[in-house]
Write a protein that binds this ligand. Structure first.
Ligand SMILES: [Zn+2]
Length: 366
């Protein structure tokens, strides 16, 4: 793959190959050796790509090397690489890092990061923030992908440059260069040159009506990024996806990985409006009773980060009277292990929904 310039990554060639094939017959390609080479490369890249749902967003591959973590992740100032991984890894587990910080490999004469940033899959540009001052992510790009029947968003933050001409709605190919690594951020404390990294996220989208919800629930607060506000997305661990995919090859399924998340809590939602179920039908378990009688609510399994990874529609006949959001069960061990989101909180000898959990459910059902 390294023989291709990033702009001509294999999937791009694969696409181009298909349209070439349709406009000019294959025998024409085969009569010259360049054509044969191109044809073979097209075949080869097609096979190797179909096995891979996602590719890495930079040239750093240390994630796949035994003991390579310190060369892959960048920790926060004075902390180990673990603080650059996904999850409850900051401020003694109380603070969530909803992406991974990938270490820089290439620097210019001044020591500034120069790594090209690649689209991890074919997709469409959903959003670009070109103004550092507007986000702690600095300049960033959000791409929308369809992977394994799931609408997934990749986020590339702290960029120094966004590729010229890249705008919302444009199509991108897996492996295409979309920007250059940087250390842009509007935080008081700048990202040091040493810590230069790509902050990378893989997210699910919560609600199209986010802006209205935000105005109602956060009155007077600024929202510079519309539905692309971080509150409106819930992340999964990209490294887990890359690693599982590397292990399982063609057997890898993002959908299966999500369906096998660990439960933090189960909540009964007594509302019919739950856009998540329409957006992510792959995560909805069929229920013949609700299909026959009509959906009156939802039985929802949330992981520690609030991802509704399993949803069961419920009919009115299956729901007893109760509150709008009813906590059914909590996995104590999981809450102790991953406490940062504080979706649930202990009250006496039992658990209740924390205001953070209620806010999250309000957004999911707005
Ligand atoms: Zn980060």
């Amino acid at each position: 793959m390294s023989i291709f310039p990033a702009q001509l990554a294999p999937q791009y060639i694969e696409r181009k190959g298909i349209s070439d094939k349709m406009s000019s017959p294959i025998p024409n390609l085969l009569i010259n050796s360049a054509g044969i080479l191109f044809f073979l490369l097209w075949i080869f890249s097609g096979f190797s790509m179909s096995a891979q749902a996602l590719r890495l967003p930079t040239a750093n591959r240390a994630l796949f090397e035994p003991g390579g973590e310190p060369r892959y992740y960048v920790g926060t100032a004075g902390k180990t690489w673990v603080s650059g991984t996904f999850g409850c890894v900051r401020t003694y587990g109380r603070q969530m890092h909803e992406g991974i910080d990938i270490r820089c490999l290439q620097r210019d004469k001044l020591g500034e990061p120069r790594d090209p940033i690649f689209a991890v899959a074919n997709g469409i540009v959903a959003y670009i923030n070109p103004r550092t001052a507007l986000s702690n992510f600095g300049k960033y790009i959000v791409l929308r992908h369809q992977i394994d029947g799931l609408e997934v968003y990749s986020v590339y933050a702290h960029l120094s440059e966004i590729r010229a001409g890249l705008t919302a709605g444009k199509t991108v190919q897996a492996g295409q260069t979309i920007g250059i690594m940087g250390r842009t951020a509007n935080t008081r404390q700048a990202i040091s040159r040493d810590r230069a990294h790509l902050h990378f996220e893989l997210n699910f989208f919560l609600n199209d009506r986010f802006s209205e919800w935000y105005k109602k629930f956060m009155p007077g607060q600024r929202n510079d990024h519309g539905v692309w506000n971080g509150i409106n997305m819930v992340g999964i661990d990209p490294a887990k996806v890359f690693e599982q995919q590397a292990r399982q090859g063609t057997q890898f399924s993002l959908r299966r990985m999500i369906q096998q998340e660990t439960v933090l809590c189960r909540v009964l939602i007594r509302k019919t409006r739950f856009p998540w179920a329409q957006r992510y039908p792959a995560l909805v378990t069929r229920n013949p009773v609700a299909e026959k009688e009509g959906v009156a609510g939802y039985d929802v399994f949330l992981n520690f980060n609030g991802l509704p990874y399993r949803v069961i529609p419920r009919a009115a006949s299956e729901l007893k009277e109760g509150p709008k959001f009813q906590l059914i069960s909590v996995n104590d061990a999981e809450q102790r292990k991953n406490p940062a989101r504080s979706l649930v909180t202990p009250k006496g000898s039992h658990w209740i929904l924390h205001p953070n959990g209620i806010r999250h459910l309000e957004l999911l059902t707005y």
